[in-house]
Design a protein around this ligand. Structure first.
Ligand code: ZN
Length: 271
């Protein structure tokens, strides 16, 4: 059974709760970490959100998300760059050590072209990341999203990219939902080593009713959460936060207090 000292919950996991509510509920339940989605910062100064976290003894462990690098014209390229700079500044302001990157993809472009835009886009941000002291955390997404959400789909691709652009300010967020199926997982996690700076847990439902919003709570599906956790810990030396990230219309429709209790139970038992 896990204690809660490394548990973080993404605000998107309990989507019906705004930031003040999530802070109060997480803190009362003894959850110390928050994966902060940017929408939850809207409507108040960043310093106020930071104070809200601090007042509850909570730590922003990641800011989610920026990325979306592939572009069809110069204006899109500039807009992506500007938004990524803004995300790094927001992360610094709320004390989050990393920004999670969903790299993007355009169905109009070939996969190699998408991946070139992504590599160049991330490389263009390294200076600013080092200046504000926030890491860029590349999250490979399951290949079912390779058309329009991310052309980066495996830890191996992330490793290849980091070989090119350096890994001092760029790392990898390993989300079990996206990597559990990968036959090269073990060798690529070993190769990644300290590059793995984020670990996200949830589960894969059978059948999956919706490609985006039908994730399961750990233990509800077929992912070996504990096995993958042991892999990132033993093969890569990962010892940081474990972030529960579940997008689920089914769970969002439930009473969120009961759901939070279930999240904590699932974390203790299945991670
Ligand atoms: Zn994730």
């Amino acid at each position: 059974m896990n204690d809660l000292s490394r548990l973080a919950i993404h605000t998107m996991t309990t989507k019906p709760w705004d930031l003040p509510t999530a802070c109060a509920k997480y803190a009362a339940a003894g959850v110390p970490g928050v994966g902060l989605w940017r929408q939850w910062l809207d409507g108040r100064p960043l310093a106020e959100s930071k104070k809200m976290l601090d007042d509850h003894g909570l730590k922003a462990v990641s800011l989610v998300r920026s990325g979306f690098y592939p572009y069809l014209n110069a204006a899109e390229k500039q807009a992506a760059f500007d938004d990524n700079i803004k995300a790094l500044d927001e992360a610094a302001a709320v004390g989050a050590p990393q920004v999670v990157l969903v790299c993007g993809a355009k169905p109009e472009l070939s996969l190699p072209e998408n991946r070139r835009h992504i590599t160049e886009g991330i490389a263009s941000l390294v200076d600013h990341a080092s200046k504000v002291g926030v890491k860029l955390s590349i999250e490979p997404l399951h290949p079912m999203y390779a058309d329009c959400r991310s052309a980066v789909n495996t830890i191996g691709q992330c490793n290849d990219m980091l070989d090119q652009i350096g890994d001092e300010w760029v790392g990898i967020a390993a989300d079990v939902y996206h990597i559990w199926w990968d036959p090269c997982l073990e060798q690529e996690v070993k190769r990644a080593g300290k590059r793995i700076i984020g670990f996200h847990v949830c589960d894969w439902m059978t059948p999956t009713a919706d490609m985006l919003n039908d994730r399961g709570l750990m233990g509800e599906g077929c992912i070996d959460n504990r096995g993958i956790r042991q892999l990132v810990e033993t093969a890569a030396g990962f010892a940081d936060w474990i972030e529960v990230e579940v997008f689920s219309a089914r769970h969002w429709a439930r009473d969120q207090d009961t759901y939070l209790a279930d999240i904590i139970e699932a974390y203790k038992k299945h991670v």
